[in-house]
Design a protein around this ligand. Structure first.
Ligand code: FAD
Ligand code: SF4
Length: 463
């Protein structure tokens, strides 16, 4: 029987990770599964506080203490039903959310007892229920007459589709890629999220009635065709224009951008006969940036058997924007970190041979409130590298067909929401939008929240 004091006797236990030599030699997920008993014990640590801060900090406001209790009782199918009331893809969030900055960061037990392993339990609930044959159900049996088109099969578009179809609204999702998932499939590497997880979701969405039209780039002509047969359209196109930074000589051979590097590697792993990879085997690799994308690049280079891998970041470790867990994994896997280091110039004759850098110290805060890195005069030096990955993040690049539809764009190039009558509605009333294309490069959980909430607004709009 629960006493609510289990957290004193039962310590937080994260799942074991595979041995380092196994991790570094293949791209599979790094965690070993936990047993039902482990999960029951870990979920019993929840205090069931009256005002659960974890729920408020979770962008989806998941009913966390309630599904922790069901997991503790071994009621996995009920727990999965409850998880899916707020989250279309709990097993994905359980794997890739930066929990330390979200739900677990807000857990009351953080005051000296270590947070409940919320993400791991969320993943375990859904994985277990799916293995038992559980599937998300439609809330209504019959479909209505209205039809919604969704452009972009990333987490925003997929969550919108899942929420519409379960409420009896027919929908079709268009994407230029051959597979669904957006960055879940083509950006985030297998060691964080195996592709079979996303493929399983495709199967379940199709079974619910979602239609996918893949390998289809939407342009002005195509959108006119889609517009004619749709009562509303949701745009979830992401943001893909990489930020270049002010570094001289990035046009040299051996310098690549993060996303093409990760995408090529994923495509190669998905189909080695049909894709070529950017291979860093035996190279000295440097990756510029301190976010999740940079961590994915350094850990990909480790698995490609690079000779050395260095992450170069202009602020200190405390100021790194990426998930603490992912930084720790990169360090365990042998990545060197050069903090307080600003890259200045790519050197070499045609191909990169070294990178000129300068040490920094943190100065006054900038407009965003973060301390600005300042160069330390006389601290310049060259680091020998022959491959360089630029992972500074992404900015908006809304395609022309969106502008042609009179959807307004903000000064920063993101899609501007009108929000007058319906949330997530753009300046063209028939067009709704969500995900990275309205807030800039962010997190999957935000995209899922936008897709979910936009679906509810679209239903009100189409009546
Ligand atoms: C390397 C990397 C690692 C990341 N790691 C994490 C992480 O660990 N945790 C986390 O929460 N988030 C992570 N993110 C962020 C997360 O992946 C994104 O915030 C999220 O995928 C955004 O979802 P979205 O649906 O808005 O866009 P996307 O996932 O970008 O999907 C947009 C879709 O639109 C399609 N599309 C675009 N234009 C067209 C067109 N004209 N016609 C047809 N289709 C089109 C694209 O093909 C794509 O499938 C990471 C991002 C990157 C790049
Ligand atoms: S969706 Fe993300 S933030 Fe919310 S409970 Fe799950 S892991 Fe935590």
């Amino acid at each position: 029987m629960s006493t609510n004091f289990e957290f004193i006797d039962i310590k937080r236990i994260d799942p074991d990770t595979k041995p380092l030599e196994v991790r570094k030699a293949n791209f599979g997920e790094i965690y070993e599964p936990q047993t039902h008993d482990d999960i029951a014990a870990q979920s019993s640590r929840c205090l069931d506080c009256g005002n659960p801060y974890c729920e408020w900090k979770c962008p989806l406001h998941n009913f966390i203490p309630d599904w922790l209790k069901l997991a503790n009782e071994g009621k996995y199918e009920e727990a999965a039903d409850l998880c899916h009331q707020t989250n279309s893809f709990p097993e994905i969030c359980g794997r890739i959310c930066p929990q330390d900055k979200l739900c677990e960061g807000a857990c009351t037990l953080n005051t000296g007892f270590e947070a409940v392993t919320i993400g791991q339990i969320e993943k375990h609930i859904t994985d277990t229920a799916i293995n038992m044959g559980w599937k998300p159900k439609r809330y209504v049996e019959k479909f209505g007459k209205k039809h919604v088109s969704i452009i972009g099969a990333g987490p925003a578009g997929l969550a919108c589709a899942e929420n519409l179809i379960r409420r009896g609204v027919k929908c079709t999702v268009y994407d230029k890629n051959p597979e669904i998932g957006g960055l879940l499939t083509y950006g985030i590497p297998e060691f964080k999220l195996e592709k079979s997880i996303v493929l399983k979701r495709r199967e379940m969405l199709e079974e619910l009635g979602v239609k996918f039209v893949l390998n289809t780039e939407v342009d002005t002509k195509k959108v006119a065709e889609i517009d004619k047969k749709s009562d509303a359209i949701f745009l979830g196109l992401g943001t893909y224009e990489s930020i270049k930074g002010k570094i001289e000589g990035t046009n040299k051979t051996g310098v690549v951008e993060a996303l093409p590097y990760l995408i090529k590697n994923t495509e190669y792993l998905m189909d080695p006969d049909d894709a070529e990879k950017i291979d860093f085997k035996d190279h000295r690799v440097a990756v510029l940036g301190g976010g999740d994308t940079a961590m994915d690049c350094v850990r990909t280079a480790v698995r490609q058997q690079a000779k050395s891998v260095t992450c170069i970041y202009r602020r200190d470790q405390e100021n790194m924007p990426g998930s603490i867990r992912e930084i720790k994994h990169a360090m365990e896997e042998g990545v060197d970190f050069l903090f307080n280091t600003q890259p200045l110039k790519v050197e070499g004759n045609g191909s990169i041979t070294s990178l000129k850098v300068c040490e920094t110290k943190l100065g006054k805060p900038d407009a965003s409130g973060r301390q600005r890195p300042e160069l330390i005069e006389g601290s310049e030096k060259a680091i020998e590298v022959d491959k360089l990955v630029i992972a500074f993040g992404y900015q908006a690049d809304v395609p022309d067909f969106v502008l042609d539809k009179n959807v307004k764009i903000s000064d920063t190039g993101l899609v501007e929401l009108n929000n007058n009558k319906f949330n997530y509605q753009t300046s063209n009333p028939k067009y709704f939008a969500g995900g990275d294309m309205i807030i800039g490069s962010s997190l999957a959980v935000h995209a899922i929240a936008h897709g979910r909430d936009a679906a509810k607004e679209i239903i009100k709009f189409i009546g």
